[in-house]
Design a protein around this ligand. Structure first.
Ligand code: ZN
Length: 240
């Protein structure tokens, strides 16, 4: 079965800032979607301006993996839509928040922490190290790669201890950051990936495209076991 991916983007910077629009003429969502389509995924895009913030129940129902980019409009997501995303993750939908999507309502609710960091603009170099080389999200990468210019994110990153840390970044200014973190919430898998500041062509970079493609494959729903909750009859007889 083809994995059904929805790439969601607030789509604000591309409309308001010419340099971002030139970098991403089809939007950040368009660039990400194009890469995933090349790798054989069925991809649709949605933006904040679509009805129900682009994430109506039918769209969510039809989504195996939701890739998410947001920044300045994080507070503009309806609470009801954020809850819908959180519930879908618990039910098995994969969720890949990118860059400042770490401050999105769904991710913060799924983490239960502030998700705060330190940051700095200025276009410094980022060296992304693979910290978990056997992890499927690292397939096909060298042990490290460079993002030539980016916004810095620095530790401490106030998130729960992840199940796996796939990437750790070093920045030219001296800070480090856990750049690729894996979580499970209910039946769903979450991969939080740091790179992607809108002022640089990061989603056109081959290593980044590779990570996103690998992450979608990793985050797709699995059928799992069927279980019962609540009060139940014993499955074996016993003396009370
Ligand atoms: Zn940024």
């Amino acid at each position: 079965m083809t994995v059904q991916v929805t790439v969601w983007n607030e789509h604000v910077h591309e409309r308001e800032t010419e340099s971002v629009r030139e970098r991403y003429p089809d939007g950040i969502h368009g660039a990400i979607a194009a890469g995933l389509r090349t790798d054989g995924y069925a991809v649709r895009t949605r933006t904040l301006g679509d009805p129900e913030c682009g994430l109506d129940p039918t769209t969510i129902e039809e989504t195996d993996v939701l890739v998410w980019w947001s920044h300045c409009a994080n507070d503009a997501i309806d609470d009801e839509v954020a809850d819908r995303v959180v519930e879908a993750v618990h039910d098995g939908m994969g969720f890949i928040p990118l860059h400042s999507g770490k401050n999105s309502k769904p991710f913060v609710r799924l983490m239960g922490t502030s998700c705060s960091i330190k940051y700095r603009h200025g276009g410094e170099r980022e060296r992304v190290w693979v910290a978990d080389p056997g992890h499927p999200i690292a397939d096909g990468l060298d042990e490290q790669f460079i993002v030539p210019a980016t916004e810095m994110y620095g530790e401490p990153y106030d998130v729960p201890e992840p199940d796996r840390t796939v990437f750790i970044s070093w920045f030219e200014g001296g800070e480090v950051f856990r750049s690729g973190l894996c979580y499970r919430r209910g039946a769903g898998r979450i991969f939080a990936f740091r790179p992607g500041h809108e002022a640089y062509p990061i989603y056109h970079q081959p290593e980044i495209k590779r990570v996103l493609s690998n992450a979608v494959a990793w985050a797709q729903p699995t059928s799992g076991a069927s279980v019962t909750t609540g009060e139940v009859d014993a499955v074996e007889s016993f003396d009370a």
